[in-house]
Design a binder for this molecule. Structure first.
Ligand code: API
Length: 313
């Protein structure tokens, strides 16, 4: 995407900081203000010390087709655009309501993964139709000769039993006796970047407490471990049901709180319900493009800066 945010008034962008169970977002209305951001600008705004700080940036855009109300675009903190964000979808629904961009309680949004239906069910509760899970290896994408519920995958010299599920975005799900910090910190990045996931993956670690109650931690693609992951919760329930471990309706306990996820089974969509919380409103002048290092000259940070040091956003 080209970067040309000078068109906004003085180049400032209005945004709302929101979260879904601690999975946090910078939500930008790209309907009433012009927005053009590069991956580098998104990355720099996502910095938790120099920018706004977020797991994902969500763009609210006008619909591109007659059967939807909005276009919903999702960018990870690393600047990469992705297909799906469940916690973000709940915040998207709350945002378009709060900003009076719609009065509907049933909202259809177009994402890179297809059309999603968001239903505002309460003050800050939203139910999301997350679509039909994709299990065909080629569509996830996941490298496998044939579709299976569990794939033996070599990671760091050990064989893991992984389920591979797409909720529009790719997930690798492990079922473990207990979820330790060490397990998530060591295996999370290795599963995220595993060569059998050519588009990388979100790595879910699920502990089954009861057929209707699981604990889950997710090391997210392009972000790292988040306090909650909606699409990860859906992928974990699908994996657990396929393994014969879970009921149709499951309470998913995440670090940031609980989601209710339901999946009747093959061919049916997964539904997820949970909160969407607004934290603050703000304005930011998107950072300029990262300066390319000068050829031959001293690196920028050693040059004498004329005048006042510019704070880099
Ligand atoms: N936090 C999001 C998942 C973002 C997925 C993103 N990390 C990816 O690369 O797919 C959720 O609630 O579904």
């Amino acid at each position: 995407m080209t970067s040309d945010n000078r068109k906004g008034r003085g180049g400032w962008l209005r945004f709302t900081k929101m979260h879904g169970l601690g999975n946090d977002f910078m939500v930008i209305d790209a309907i009433t203000q012009p927005v053009q951001l590069s991956a580098d600008q998104i990355r720099r705004m996502g910095d938790r010390h120099l920018g706004v700080g977020f797991d994902q940036l969500l763009l609210v855009e006008p619909p591109e087709r007659p059967d939807v109300d909005f276009r919903y675009r999702i960018f990870n903190a690393d600047g990469g655009e992705v297909e799906q964000c469940g916690n973000g979808a709940r915040c998207f629904a709350r945002f378009v309501h709060d900003q009076r961009l719609t009065r509907k309680n049933l909202i259809h949004v177009q994402t890179a993964a297809g059309v999603m239906t968001l239903e505002v069910t309460g003050r800050n509760q939203v139910r999301v139709d997350m679509g039909i899970p994709e299990l065909a290896p080629a569509a996830i994408p996941f490298a496998a000769d044939e579709q299976a519920v569990v794939y033996p995958v070599e990671v760091d010299g050990q064989m893991l039993d992984l389920s591979a599920v797409s909720m529009g975005n790719p997930h690798g799900v492990m079922v473990v006796e207990s979820i330790t910090d060490e397990l998530v910190a060591t295996l999370g990045p290795l599963i995220e970047a595993h060569p059998r996931f050519p588009a990388r993956a979100n790595a879910g670690f699920m502990q089954v407490l009861a057929p209707d109650h699981v604990r889950l931690r997710v090391y997210e693609r392009g972000v790292g471990e988040t306090r909650a992951c909606g699409s990860g919760a859906c992928a974990a329930v699908v994996a657990g049901r396929l393994r014969g471990l879970l009921d149709e309706r499951v309470k998913v306990e995440l670090a940031g709180g609980e989601l209710t996820v339901a999946w009747p089974g093959d061919g049916s969509p997964v539904t997820m319900e949970g909160p969407a919380t607004r934290v603050f409103e703000g304005r930011i002048r998107p950072p300029g493009e990262a300066r390319r290092p000068r050829r031959g000259g001293r690196p920028d940070n050693n040059r004498k800066k004329k005048g006042r040091d510019k704070a880099s956003a």
